[in-house]
Design a protein around this ligand. Structure first.
Ligand code: 9MR
Length: 661
């Protein structure tokens, strides 16, 4: 591999980018930038930069070229012309250039021909061959984002993928006019260590109930997030979205099966989207809460239509019951077949079927965006589908999998009573084991908190009195927007009172599951609802719920990297020094992320790296004898992230290679 130093400004973020790869991209290291280590930076001054981008496949008419019409830096940008569909556009593939299980920031500038209003999206293929799409940033226009001369700045956007996702792209779409892209930069999000010296939530509450969490595919690629999961939440995991009906039901496969067999009562399913999550749970032996089989939301309308066609007629209740049975049967059979070793200990069979008044939902389609209508009610005319769902779940669920009805606002009095009435009836019939209280709470203005702790307690006590198993399934507590330290203290106090209330019923409660790990990744990120902040630090709420509890001894988790003895390296002219521990750039006896930081600081300072000869010898760990570069820091990061198991492990695949090489 040829190494070469190139000085190049990366989108104005880098003061001095040390680069160690060949043009046209920049592999850079700079511990002081906001955007971490830059791995690609394109200013589209020549065709080579454009060659890293493609359109979105054979039906996409987009043509990409260097254009001098407009530019934010230099004299040109990339022009995406000839777009004949809104989804056409320039795409940048990630999985052939970047590392799985690594978080990257992407930033760019975008301009429309007449005005700018684009969407920045993400797509990938699951291991089952389905393509999934996600809009990362919508309404990229000058009202919403910083802009100059029609150039809108894409905010730093985190992307990541697992090794089970292929064909992973980010792309710009929206409208059919020409789009211009400039200053497209990919940088690696710095890896942070979590606080290891605080007690583990799971351990502290071990005498009472499992402590769990809900995670997303993005979380799986974030080492610190998964370190928090392993330390605090390994009692139970829920897939945030990937085991819901819309993720599991496969329309194309349903239609093909129907065409081939003439039978449209056997829905076809796939756990492709959930596999990275399930593989993690299997590997780490973590019990899984299945969420969820039957729900009005995140369930496609075509599932309820003739021919599985979006525009088909609604099917009859009889046909829907057949579909429901076959779907639930396939769901459990496939899960157990794929993951015989996972403890699927709980399942939300039906989710959110009662309104706050304790009535069935309004019948109707989901339509676009957050409708509260229920297609189940549309087909059945009432909530009678609930009993069928539990009956089928009991018939096909693996032994030991407890079956729950799950809902939010469970403390609204009519809803509390309706859920209890239904749950006792279904439990009497032997098909339901428990009730899930989602518990999306709000600690906002103190006494105006909703619900008050007393109201929550009243409902929880009532649920516990049924003698059924109770789980807290989606706990999070919002505070104010742009919260102050005072808001966080108030949130902590509320969290404590709620946890004390829950703990007082520990004999009836088998699990407390939080809905997210860090505030920034929450579905309610604007109001900081979780126990850990965006820097992975425990918040006042974390300490508050620990107050008064017996704290077990902290577990020492620092691991030592394997020692590799190498031939002598020449680090200072005329002086040959043996490394004492390869990778141990700060010479403290262990190889960890602090060594990567030390190397980046040394490179940034530039004064012969500010390292002692032994530190230099230790730091030169990627390609010993070649000098200290950003690749040495990268190697240590990879070791720390367990991407490699020892040093040195030189592999050209570490360094992004040009697409067409
Ligand atoms: O956390 C989920 C979020 O990513 C989805 O956009 C949302 C869409 O319905 O669903 C969220 O999870 C919900 C859960 O499945 C049921 N209870 C309410 C949760 C928060 O909306």
């Amino acid at each position: 591999m040829k190494k070469k130093h190139i000085s190049r400004m990366a989108a104005g973020f880098l003061a001095a980018a040390l680069t160690v790869s060949s043009a046209p991209f920049v592999l850079a290291a700079d511990g002081d930038t906001d955007i971490g280590k830059v791995v690609y930076s394109f200013d589209f001054e020549d065709d080579a930069d454009v060659s890293y981008f493609t359109n979105r496949g054979e039906n996409d008419t987009t043509q990409l070229s260097v254009s001098t019409d407009h530019a934010t830096s230099g004299s040109s940008s990339m022009l995406a012309s000839g777009r004949s569909k809104d989804w056409n556009g320039p795409a940048f593939r990630l999985d052939d250039k970047l590392e799985p299980y690594t978080e990257y920031y992407i930033s760019a500038k975008i301009k429309g021909k007449y005005y700018t209003n684009a969407t920045f999206s993400f797509q990938y293929n699951t291991s089952d061959g389905e393509t999934k799409y996600q809009n990362l940033v919508q309404n990229l226009n000058q009202s919403n984002y910083p802009a100059e001369d029609g150039w809108v700045t894409l905010p730093l956007t985190k992307v990541s993928f697992t090794d089970e996702q292929t064909g992973v792209y980010v792309y710009f779409e929206g409208g059919q006019d020409d789009l211009y892209i400039d200053e497209f930069v990919v940088s690696q999000v710095p890896v942070t260590d979590i606080e290891q010296d605080i007690p583990s939530l799971s351990a502290v509450f071990a005498d009472a109930f499992k402590i769990g969490n809900a995670i997303t595919p993005n979380n799986l690629s974030s080492k610190p997030t998964m370190d928090l999961v392993a330390k605090h939440f390994s009692g139970s995991l829920t897939a945030g979205n990937e085991m819901k009906p819309d993720a599991v039901l496969n329309q194309a496969a349903c239609q093909t099966y129907f065409e081939e067999t003439g039978d449209d009562t056997v829905p076809q399913i796939s756990f492709g989207a959930a596999k990275p999550f399930l593989n993690y749970c299997q590997k780490n032996n973590i019990p899984v809460r299945i969420h969820t089989l039957v729900w009005h939301s995140q369930t496609p309308d075509w599932f309820f239509k003739e021919g599985y066609d979006n525009n088909g007629d609604w099917v009859s209740p009889e046909k829907m019951t057949q579909r429901m049975e076959n779907y639930i049967k396939a769901y459990f059979e496939e899960l157990v077949k794929l993951y015989p070793d996972i403890d699927f200990y709980a399942c939300d069979v039906v989710n959110e079927a009662w309104t706050d008044d304790g009535k069935p939902r309004n019948p109707g389609e989901q339509g676009n965006g957050g409708s509260s209508n229920s297609a189940w009610v549309k087909v059945y005319g009432d909530n009678s589908f609930i009993e069928s769902a539990f009956t089928f779940a009991r018939k096909y669920a693996p032994e030991g999998c407890k079956l729950y009805y799950n809902d939010f606002n469970e403390y609204m009095p009519n809803k509390t009573d309706k859920i209890i009435e239904m749950a006792l009836e279904l439990n009497g019939k032997g098909v339901l084991d428990g009730i899930g209280m989602q518990s999306h709470l709000d600690a906002r203005s103190g006494s105006d908190a909703f619900p008050s702790v007393n109201v929550y307690k009243k409902a929880l006590d009532k649920f516990c009195e049924t003698g059924l198993d109770i789980q807290i399934t989606e706990l999070d507590v919002t505070t104010a927007n742009n919260p102050t330290a005072e808001n966080h203290e108030q949130q902590a106090q509320y969290y404590k009172e709620i946890m004390d209330t829950i703990y007082s019923q520990k004999d009836s409660i088998s699990a407390v599951v939080f809905w997210g790990v860090t505030d920034d990744q929450s579905w309610r990120a604007d109001r900081d609802p979780l126990l850990f902040d965006a820097e992975y630090k425990a918040k006042p709420a974390f300490y508050a719920i620990m107050e008064g509890r017996e704290i077990p001894d902290p577990v020492e988790t620092t691991t030592k990297a394997p020692i590799t003895t190498l031939p002598a390296v020449t680090t200072t002219p005329g002086e040959t020094v043996e490394p004492t521990l390869l990778g141990d750039a700060n010479n403290d006896g262990i190889v960890d992320i602090a060594d990567a930081t030390r190397i980046l600081q040394a490179i940034g300072n530039g004064d012969k790296y500010g390292l002692t000869p032994v530190q230099e010898a230790n730091a030169d760990c990627y390609d010993p004898g070649s000098g200290i570069t950003a690749l040495d820091a990268l190697a240590i990061q990879k070791l720390d992230a367990k991407v490699i198991s020892s040093l040195p492990e030189i592999d050209d695949a570490w360094v992004p290679t040009p697409l067409n090489s």
